[in-house]
Ligand binder design. Structure first.
Ligand SMILES: Nc1ncnc2c1ncn2[C@@H]1O[C@H](COP(=O)(O)OP(=O)(O)O)[C@@H](O)[C@H]1O
Ligand SMILES: O=C(O)[C@H](O)[C@@H](O)[C@H](O)[C@H](O)COP(=O)(O)O
Length: 177
């Protein structure tokens, strides 16, 4: 783990934001850079959720609850084990993040933020993914930015992935200073 100070628990990081904003790209690089376990939120969705999104229907709060609890379980286990970890999760609403924090109070939220136009363009060029670009409107409609009392930071995804990872590492170091 490459974060500076000794005797510090490795961080448990949730890379959040709308579909297509770059969560998977940045989270994989960040986990690699910090030598932390990595998990992808899509792997925690019940099959019915994937089918619903694939058919072009947004998930609702009830659909997302078992998924958030499963992700919270992963985060809480990583925290309890002291291994740290990085997970992608759209975590669009404050109350979704509250579910994750209930399982893992020390979770750090890295909100990747970008304009609808930019993200829509990236999604339109992404191949082999179930999420239709038509659901992007609903993702932005649901999105609630981090509030002042939430531990985390916001990064604008106009930068390249390596730059974003460097900024994320710096933000985590500041948090632990
Ligand atoms: N910072 C970036 N700059 C340019 N393209 C990016 C960046 N981050 C991600 N991408 C591209 O945008 C698309 C969506 O990224 P992805 O990581 O799959 O997003 P998410 O996991 O949030 O849905 C992919 O094709 C990816 O290669
Ligand atoms: O809460 C939701 O509506 C979904 O979880 C969604 O936000 C998530 O983004 C999809 O699973 C698509 O996957 P990508 O984020 O990897 O595009």
């Amino acid at each position: 783990m490459a974060l500076s100070a000794e005797n510090q628990q490795p961080p448990v990081v949730v890379v959040m934001g709308v579909s297509g904003v770059g969560k998977t790209t940045v989270a994989r690089l960040l986990a690699d850079r910090l030598d932390l376990p990595y998990a992808e939120a899509d792997d925690f969705h019940p099959a019915a959720n994937i089918a619903k999104m694939s058919a072009g229907t947004p998930l609702d709060d009830r659909d997302r609850l078992p998924w958030l609890r499963a992700l919270g379980g992963w985060l809480g286990e990583r925290s309890a084990a002291g291994s740290g970890g990085v997970v992608t999760c759209s975590a669009l609403k404050r109350r979704y993040r509250d579910v994750l924090r209930a399982a893992c109070p020390d979770a750090f939220f890295l909100h990747l933020s970008g304009s609808h136009d930019l993200v829509g363009d990236r999604m339109a060029h992404r191949t082999g993914h179930f999420m239709p670009t038509s659901l992007l409107d609903s993702q932005y409609a649901a999105l609630e930015p981090l509030q002042a009392d939430e531990v985390g930071t916001v990064l604008d995804v106009g930068a390249d992935p390596e730059t974003l990872v460097a900024r994320a590492v710096a933000a985590l170091a500041r948090q632990n200073a």
